[in-house]
Design a protein around this ligand. Structure first.
Ligand code: AMP
Length: 318
């Protein structure tokens, strides 16, 4: 049965809500999202509901994790639809701030909800996000959380400001929502591991749960970006899942080397018409690349189909 859902836009009101419930002994589970919710997000929300008394979902497209050359402007949004979907679940509060980087009087008012800014700080290739691009007057946000080694490989190679932005916004959200538990999807494997490490290293009092990847019936990992694929690109994008499945089978049954497994994924995705960003096989916790799979590993892929970059992964437990 659906519960009464409060929509909260203000940081202080969010913290007050959480503190008032926690002071009465209630536990709070939290699911951070960027909205345009699909079944993958809803699975996280259901998992959260089973782990605590109350569930909070946040919806916020974070400019701090997008480079000015990336798709912040094109990121899909449907707040009404999202609230509708959440109203059918056991969600107690939805936190949807307008601008998490508005610090009020004299403290970064210039940080507007950032959009692509040509020629400003953070042009393509530089190490700044849309947030810095929008606040070139120096009044803006300047504190960042970096998980230094884990953020470097995989997606960090082609998105150098991404994980700095993710870790920072998640730290901010944890300080605002003050949850007992937070649920993240393994679809964003590196992100999940980075948040686990941040929580450990900075002693956040939050338990992190990793939730399994939710896929379409044909295997494509659900993603808010999938709506931007044309029907042809959608068909081609299935090569990611198919190649990962074949590579996993080969790893477990054919003693293939990691290089052979990576070559197989590159070949199948490229033949289908995708453009590979990376294929890597890494140790599950440290994300250090491996050459042989003797212990739990994960094969991670990022590839472009037209203007859409998709990521996916598969754990291999020998
Ligand atoms: P996003 O809105 O894309 O930032 O995602 C919010 C959360 O949902 C993250 O923890 C993601 O890993 C998770 N998520 C997104 N897609 C999926 C999926 N297909 N399966 C499981 N979790 C997902």
């Amino acid at each position: 049965m659906a519960s009464e859902l409060e929509v909260i836009r203000d940081k202080t009101a969010m913290r007050r809500w959480s503190r008032s419930h926690r002071s009465k002994g209630k536990t709070v589970a939290f699911v951070p999202t960027m909205g345009f919710l699909h079944e993958g997000h809803l699975a996280l929300v259901r998992a959260a509901g089973a782990l605590a008394d109350l569930t909070v979902v946040s919806i916020y497209v974070n400019p701090g994790q997008f480079a000015p050359s990336e798709d912040l402007d094109a990121y899909p949004a449907d707040l009404r639809g999202d609230l509708h979907k959440l109203a059918d679940l056991e969600v107690h509060a939805v936190f949807c701030p307008t601008n998490l980087y508005d610090y009020g009087e004299g403290g970064g008012r210039g940080v507007v909800q950032a959009r692509r800014t040509e020629g400003a700080v953070g042009s393509p290739g530089s190490s700044a996000s849309c947030l810095e691009a929008a606040a070139a007057d120096g009044s803006g946000h300047e504190t960042w959380v970096r998980v230094e080694k884990l953020e470097r490989g995989l997606c960090g190679m082609s998105r150098p400001v991404f994980f700095r932005g993710v870790a920072t916004v998640v730290a901010k959200l944890f300080n605002i929502v003050e949850p007992d538990i937070a649920v993240f999807g393994k679809k964003d494997y590196q992100q999940w591991r980075i948040i686990c490490r941040m929580v450990r290293d900075l002693d956040f009092a939050v338990k992190i749960i990793g939730s399994e990847i939710v896929r379409e019936s044909d295997g494509l990992a659900m993603s808010s970006r999938n709506v931007r694929l044309s029907p042809e690109e959608r068909e081609k994008a299935l090569s990611i899942y198919n190649s990962l499945s074949k590579a996993k089978y080969a790893a477990l049954h054919e003693q293939s080397t990691c290089q052979e497994l990576k070559n197989l994924v590159v070949q199948l995705v490229t033949e289908a018409g995708g453009r590979i960003d990376y294929v890597e096989i890494v140790e599950q916790e440290s994300l250090i690349p491996v050459e042989e799979i003797n212990s739990p590993a994960v094969i991670c892929v990022a590839a472009w189909f037209g203007a859409v970059r998709l990521i996916d992964n598969m754990e291999i437990n020998p």
